[in-house]
Design a protein around this ligand. Structure first.
Ligand code: DX5
Ligand code: ZN
Length: 228
């Protein structure tokens, strides 16, 4: 399969109605989402708590696109099999979550998933330099992880550096945090191709009134159109 370099919008269900995940996922997919981004938090690696493998397995039944699971947990390794069983297409671990990111990425691929590695805003690009052959995606956090709706932290320099480091490897660059029609073009111009957006996608809509989800997704897409 050829590597898909087109811009992909990945709504984060952290901004969805927590009592109605199934219908929320179906609504954003019907409105043009390319991937579904699932934020797993443990109240330890980040100061917030969301859901674990049984919930993610339940979400899977509603995902017809691609389920992108972002682990903000430490440790990661004891849970890799559980997320494979839950049906994650791609599993992302933070480089800051433990001393053995190389082993973790091998284990994620070994469990049959695509592997992602995430970098907090304070972590330099070089932290992933020696694992680029073991991953399918590098996630550049443009907020400190833990909550939706925070302001974008400009990491375009880091994105540019990663794009150069990645070269012609089939590795996506994902941006997570504060993505809006105003900030998306900055990171796409720097080399990102996957845009996670929570509040900017879900604002103004609901499962009963999903059209705003589509308008919001299109607004982000159109903002980057002239660049790709
Ligand atoms: C933050 C999460 C993000 C978050 C993005 O810890 O990883 O995926 O939901 O939300 P917005 O787009 O609202 O910044
Ligand atoms: Zn995320």
């Amino acid at each position: 399969m050829t590597f898909d370099r087109s811009i992909k919008i990945a709504p984060s269900i952290l901004s969805a109605d927590f009592a109605d995940f199934g219908r929320e996922i179906e609504a954003v997919e019907a409105q043009g989402a390319d991937w579904i981004h699932v934020d797993v938090m443990d109240g330890h690696f980040v100061p917030n708590l969301t859901f674990g493998p049984p919930a993610v397995k339940a979400f899977r039944k509603h995902v017809n696109t691609f389920m992108d699971v972002h682990l903000m947990i430490a440790p990661v390794d004891p849970y890799i099999e559980a997320y494979a069983d839950a049906g994650a297409d791609l599993l992302t671990a933070h480089v800051e979550a433990g001393p053995h990111i190389h082993r973790t990425l091998q284990a994620i691929r070994g469990a049959g998933m695509k592997a992602g590695v995430a970098l907090n805003p304070g972590t330099p690009a070089e932290a992933v330099e020696h694992v680029l052959d073991l991953c399918d995606l590098v996630c550049v956090m443009t907020v400190n992880p833990g909550f939706g709706g925070q302001s974008f932290i400009d990491m375009t320099g880091k994105v540019r550096q990663l794009r150069a480091m990645i070269g012609d490897r089939p590795v996506h660059i994902e941006i997570d945090g504060g993505v809006t029609p105003q900030t998306a073009p900055l990171v796409v111009e720097a080399g990102a191709d996957v845009l996670v957006a929570g509040s900017a996608v879900f604002k103004g809509g609901s499962v009963g009134n999903p059209a705003p989800y589509g308008e919001n997704i299109r607004a982000i897409r159109v903002s980057c159109d002239t660049l790709v």
